[in-house]
Every structure is written in C-alpha cells, then in structure tokens.
Ligand binder design. Structure first.
Ligand code: NAG
Length: 215
C-alpha cells in the first residue's frame, strides 16, 4: 500500500517529506488538506496530527507527524544512506545540522515565507515588512555560519550529502523565488551549495509540485 502524506506540497514541512519519498523511490499519495478552509483543524486531520498542522503521514497502521521524524522514517525504511546511520559520528553531525536547519535557516525563513507568500496570496493581506526585515537579519547571521562551514566542508555534515542538506530545500525554494534571493550573493559557498541541492532530481520534482500547489 502506498504511503500517504496529508497536506499541500507548497508547505515547507510537507515538501521535505515528499523529497525523502522521491529520494528512496517510494510509492506515495499526496492527500490534499485545504488549509484555506481550515481542514487541517478538522477532527479527521487532528486524529493524525494532534497539533492540527501539516503534514500528517500514514504507512499502513503507522501514523506519524513532525516532518523531520517522518523524513527519517522514510529514509530508514527505504534503506537510504542520507542519515549516515552506520557511522555514529557522521549521523550525529547530520542531526546537528538538521537542528540548525530547523532553528536557524527555516526558522528565519518561515516568517518571511508567511509574510511574503501566504499573506498576499492566500490571506489577501499586506506583508508586514518589519517582520521580514527582522528575519532577514537573522537569516544573514545564520548564513555567516553556513559560509564558514561550507568553505571548509563540501556539505554541512561532512564531505557527503545528507538529509541535513536536502532539508533546506523547501525554505530555499521560497528564498530563491522571492524578492530577497540576492541576500545569498554575499555568501558564495552557501549560494553554490544551495544551487547544488536545488539541482537534485528529487528536489526538482518536488519543486514542480510546490509550484503547481501554490499557483
Ligand atoms: C565515521 O566517519 C568519520 C568521519 O567521516 C570517519 O573518520 C570514521 O573513520 C568513520 N568510522 C567508521 C567506523 O567508519
């Protein structure tokens, strides 16, 4: 039975799960959850994700929420090496940079994505530029750290590509397609690394789904 992902591909957390499914070549089904009409707060969805957020995930009897946990499950089930599970220190570095992605990169990008994409396109409101600027400052401070790391190491966790690199793609997708993409110009190693991540076949495929979902 195909694994099921509940939520729109345009959501960064949903996109991260989808890219892992693509990485392992799994069969999956995306079940739309119309967030504009509050379907993510419906009893049926809350039964799968008690926080009423996306994604929720189902594989047979197993129901999961929290996108990075779902991503790890999919990669382990599919026998992928993107978590470096066979090497304790390498897998620890993958975990470190996954936390950095969540807290610092996507953490700064999420309010920017909300203000620059969700508010004007889905809520018919006005972007709060103060919030955008505040988070651009945070993003740039993080990019300083990325630049230092990536000038010494090919990828974040080491000289191997891992989930910690790929998990940046959904927020990077919005950064690159928005009006603040030029912030990357000051960080050539980080910019080149993002370009390489965006060029993975799995990422290209899910980027197309995101484009369609947010059109
Ligand atoms: C684990 O990875 C580290 C860093 O890449 C490497 O130096 C070490 O030899 C590896 N250990 C094993 C047991 O493969």
């Amino acid at each position: 039975m195909a694994m099921k992902v509940y939520g729109p591909a345009a959501s960064t957390n949903v996109a991260c799960v989808l890219v892992c499914l693509e990485e392992v070549g799994a069969e999956y089904e995306v079940v739309p959850v119309d967030m504009t009409t509050g379907k993510h707060k419906s009893p049926a969805h809350v039964a799968c994700n008690p926080f009423g957020q996306v994604p929720a995930f189902q594989d047979g009897d197993l129901i999961l929420f929290e996108s990075r946990a779902i991503s790890k499950y999919i990669l382990r089930k599919g026998g992928s090496d993107l978590l470096r599970d066979s090497n304790l220190s390498e897998s620890a570095m993958v975990d470190v940079w996954l936390e950095v992605e969540s807290g610092h990169f996507t953490g700064a990008m999420s309010p920017i994505i909300f203000e620059c994409f969700v508010v004007p396109n889905f809520l018919r409101g006005q972007t709060n530029n103060e919030i955008v600027q505040e988070n651009l400052v945070k993003l740039k401070a993080s990019l300083e750290v990325y630049e230092a790391r990536l000038s010494k190491s090919k990828y974040l966790a080491g000289d191997f590509v891992s989930l910690a690199d790929i998990s940046h793609f959904p927020a990077a997708y919005y950064l690159l397609s928005g009006s603040h993409a030029s912030v990357l110009d000051a960080y050539p190693h980080a910019k080149g690394w993002i370009a390489e991540v965006m060029n993975r076949p799995s990422v290209k495929k899910v980027s197309e789904l995101m484009k369609m979902a947010s059109a």
